[in-house]
Design a protein around this ligand. Structure first.
Ligand SMILES: Cc1cc2nc3c(=O)[nH]c(=O)nc-3n(C[C@H](O)[C@H](O)[C@H](O)COP(=O)(O)O)c2cc1C
Length: 200
């Protein structure tokens, strides 16, 4: 059974919704899945004026937060982060930067990796966020498994680098049909390829 860790940071909940969809798809593909959010580093009072951020914080704060051991445990990892100024969020990077010890021991290598993101606008940096994240995964010695255009549905969501959701002018768009299908496809692909590699 392929062990998949879904490790993500989300402020206003879009990433949480994407991560849950990935988990459901991976489980239906037969994987043993750990869902782990990356803990908020900001003081909740600093985003109290943002109801979506507060609601997502309250809904996830008591759930298990990601640790490096979740990556060590996994055969495959799907990461998620919002796009911030065209790059992964600092909360996500803080988690990544805590992994130096495991990296030095080679414990992040030889695993299958892929990622998803969201941004408010269509050309607001989704691809650069995923590519920046993938640079780190290359330093891990990870096996990148991007979706490419390996299924006709990829011509609908249009992102060969991973999966991305456009949250819209008010940051309120729910994940549409094409993005949902792309999340399902990514999860199935990562679980299938990791199984073929028998990386555990
Ligand atoms: C500091 C900051 C920087 C952002 N930078 C971008 C950006 O470069 N491009 C964009 O389209 N949206 C940008 N956004 C919007 C976020 O990408 C969007 O709110 C996020 O994808 C929502 O994901 P979440 O609900 O999982 O937190 C930014 C938001 C914040 C707070």
């Amino acid at each position: 059974m392929t062990k998949l860790a879904v490790i993500y940071y989300s402020a206003t909940g879009h990433g949480t919704a994407m991560a849950k969809r990935v988990v459901a798809a991976a489980e239906s593909a037969g994987a043993d899945v750990r869902l782990r959010h990356i803990a908020e580093t900001r003081d909740p009072e600093s985003f109290a004026q943002n109801p979506a951020w507060t609601a997502n914080y309250d809904a996830t704060k008591d759930k298990p937060a990601a640790t490096g051991d979740d990556i060590v445990w996994a055969d495959a990892v799907i990461f998620g982060t919002p796009t911030r100024f065209g790059s992964p969020a600092s909360q996500f990077r803080t988690f990544i930067d805590s992994l130096g010890g495991l990296w030095a021991q080679g414990k992040l290598a030889d695993k299958v990796y892929a990622a998803f993101t969201s941004s408010q606008t269509a050309h607001g940096g989704q691809e650069t966020t995923l590519l920046a994240l993938y640079i780190t995964l290359m330093h891990f010695g990870g096996i990148l498994v991007p979706p490419g255009y390996t299924d006709p549905i990829k011509f609908s969501d249009g992102n060969p680098y991973g999966v991305s959701h456009i949250t819209g002018p008010e940051n309120k768009n729910e994940i549409d049909e094409a993005t949902t299908a792309a999340l399902d496809h990514l999860a199935h692909r990562v679980v299938t390829i990791a199984g073929r590699l028998s990386v555990s």
